[in-house]
Design a protein around this ligand. Sequence first.
Ligand SMILES: Nc1nc2c(c(=O)[nH]1)N[C@H]1C(S)=C(S)[C@@H](COP(=O)(O)OP(=O)(O)OC[C@H]3O[C@@H](n4cnc5c(=O)[nH]c(N)nc54)[C@H](O)[C@@H]3O)O[C@H]1N2
Ligand SMILES: Nc1nc2c(c(=O)[nH]1)N[C@H]1C(S)=C(S)[C@@H](COP(=O)(O)OP(=O)(O)OC[C@H]3O[C@@H](n4cnc5c(=O)[nH]c(N)nc54)[C@H](O)[C@@H]3O)O[C@H]1N2
Ligand code: SF4
Ligand SMILES: [Mo]
Length: 731
Amino acid sequence: MDGTTIARQCSLCEAHCGILVTVEDSRVTRIEGNPDDVLSKGYICPKATAMGGLHHDPDRLRTPVRRVGDTFEPIGWDEAFREIGQRLRAVRAAHGPSAIGMYMGNPAAHSSSVMYGALLRAALLTRNFFTASSIDQFPQEFVAWRMFGSNVLMPVTDIDRTDRLVVLGANPAVSNGSITTMPGAKQRIREVRKRGGAVVVIDPRRTETARLADEHVAVRPGGDVYLLLGMLHVLLTEGLCDERGVRAQCSGLDELRALVITTTPQRMAPLAGVDAETIARLARDHAAAPSAVLYARIGVCQQVTGTLTHWLVNTINAVTGNLDRAGGQMFASPVVDAARYAKYLPMGHGAWTDRSGEHKSFRTELPVAVLAEDILTPGPGQIRAMITYAGNPVLSTPQAGRLDDALASLDFYVAVDMYVTETTRHADIILPPISSLEREELNLLFPIFSVRNNARYDARVFEPPADGLEDWQILARLITELVPLPARRFTGRALTGVFEQFSPLRLTAAAVAAGPYGVLRRGRKGLTLGKIREAAGGIDLGPLQPRLPELIGTPDHKVHLVPTDFLDAIRAVIDEPTAAPTPGYDLQLIGRRHLRSNNSWLHNIPSMVKGRDRCTVLMHPDDAATRGLIDGDRAAVGSVTGSIVVPVEISDDIRPGVVAIPHGWGHAEPGVGWTVAAAQPGVNVNLLHDPALTDPLSGASAVNNTWVRVSPAPIETPDATSRSEAVTAPR
Ligand SMILES: Nc1nc2c(c(=O)[nH]1)N[C@H]1C(S)=C(S)[C@@H](COP(=O)(O)OP(=O)(O)OC[C@H]3O[C@@H](n4cnc5c(=O)[nH]c(N)nc54)[C@H](O)[C@@H]3O)O[C@H]1N2
Ligand SMILES: Nc1nc2c(c(=O)[nH]1)N[C@H]1C(S)=C(S)[C@@H](COP(=O)(O)OP(=O)(O)OC[C@H]3O[C@@H](n4cnc5c(=O)[nH]c(N)nc54)[C@H](O)[C@@H]3O)O[C@H]1N2
Ligand code: SF4
Ligand SMILES: [Mo]
């Protein structure tokens, strides 16, 4: 394929921007935006070039490796699978199915192999299944399930048609949108204002998105739930809601009104950290705009009030008539209509709990915050073997620094990953998939959350090596090793043969053909996978369309404005406000993302880490001054779970009393195979976040609001190798 340019997508984040990859002499020589891409229209961010960097990275594993002492040595696939099978079956035979735990990380969702991740999860029959969702969108899924009857029905922000965009706890100018797939978010935000609309950003930091807005409201971290209750009070007591329209679409308006009778803006203001006039004005302007949409994401998911906040967001959109209408919150109509099918799946909230009995399962999994505990605590149900797939939970989840020890203590651990990371360095065997540029597929997930209906194909840039396996093939082989078979060598081979007939690509082709736009429904004019493949920039399927009540999964086909369990929970939050600091700690720690970083795994690509250290603590000048800190100083940041040392970055973009540190750093651990990242390792902010702080409804980790204290760090010792470092952990 030398000297050619191939159209596909960048699969690093949800935007999945269309890219043109030029290859000469088997090397990627250029990656640029594809102007013909129906969704991204030529936009790419600086991370797109990392797709080439990852492919050519000498540190990327290309063959399975097995631990020998503190290092890894290559082994063959068959030998690896044989050993994995023996070890996992032995653990299961001795201790039962839940003794094998599994963690599935974020990149799994970016490839169609995720279907096999779900199959492996099913084959394990374990209670100890975890994913990155419980530190990400769990609250939004929980709300979608309780309000709309299906966890997949997380509404999409119709940014391209709205007259008023209010962003709450999201920074799409950097993240390019999440659960609202909006490549080129900056331009889309500018367009709102160009067509006469307004943009407001509610965020403790004046973010890159806030800079594009008409107004920035610096809410107190965790204050959103009160701000929204204040807004609802104004909307429902000042007659600003279209009662007839809302009653036709929703149930529970009277209960909602009764709830917010006492949540006046005056009463909510100190809890929100936003003055009462602003709260009232935000409500009135939302109601007055021809169309308006509140768009909220992880800044308000990763809170103990995550579910309640996202519930109030959807509720405000609904009572102002902005649910299921152009310019408001809508539902997409993708080529494979997963939302329609998902509503028939049992959500099984609380089907089982973790071993402490405190955390309920949701969507067949347990909150990741209990992972280290479940490995380290002896007794029935203890995890003794682990499978991780496309995840780096040592850096990405709060475990009070205990996950390293936990993973090291396992009887057996197999990782499906192409790097030796802070997590996989503990594995007995690592199984690397081929690179993304060697895959071809149709992503079925993100079109469900896209701002326009579309179908876009990912073409292969490089032929995979003869002995390379895709993730789904690796996962299928793991399933084969796990299912009880009468004659393993013989029937195992037969089973692998069966899986090969059901590749994700084939399953996708069948689903597209049978889907709402497919040939089986629409005849000759309908879509096939082949037709989508031929369109180098994808196929545009038009703007989002109203889909209620037909799509909804609630028994009465109405939107439930006030699910009963939410009512009890919100009353507790109103009666006992969550604003009080942890004694001894005086600053609230939130997160932040950078345009050249993607969670934990792009720091080994030189072009992504060039320039100054980005793993810094961002503080307001007043907070720095009272602590005698100046820009570039090293500061110790401590919480109830740990302490880290990071350089100080001073900026009045951040609300006084709040500090921000990015996650995904901390690459200085011995044995990590990221040689470039190790030179500028940063430090793991999740050492500061308390695993005990979770959203009691969904189980999601609250990593966007932790009480910390900051002080000058001890003088740096000459042999210190990293500019940021973890110090001590214990409470
Ligand atoms: N404090 C704090 N913590 C956070 C967040 C935060 O805002 N603050 N954000 C959270 C969020 S939203 C998320 S999504 C999580 C992410 O959490 P994780 O998914 O656990 O972590 P990642 O950093 O995405 O690590 C991905 C791993 O997958 C590997 N990988 C990449 N592509 C592939 C592939 O195609 N196949 C396989 N098999 N492996 C692959 C990479 O090498 C890397 O090791 O982090 C969460 N953690
Ligand atoms: N460049 C880049 N893009 C990414 C990623 C990345 O790591 N880097 N990760 C991808 C992933 S996995 C995800 S899930 C998405 C996430 O996409 P976003 O949700 O847009 O992620 P963040 O940039 O972390 O934005 C969260 C915002 O919430 C604010 N915040 C924190 N606490 C509070 C609070 O209490 N109230 C309010 N109102 N705001 C608060 C923070 O200041 C921050 O601006 O991004 C995706 N895109
Ligand atoms: S926004 Fe950047 S990282 Fe995300 S898909 Fe587009 S080019 Fe890739
Ligand atoms: Mo995420």
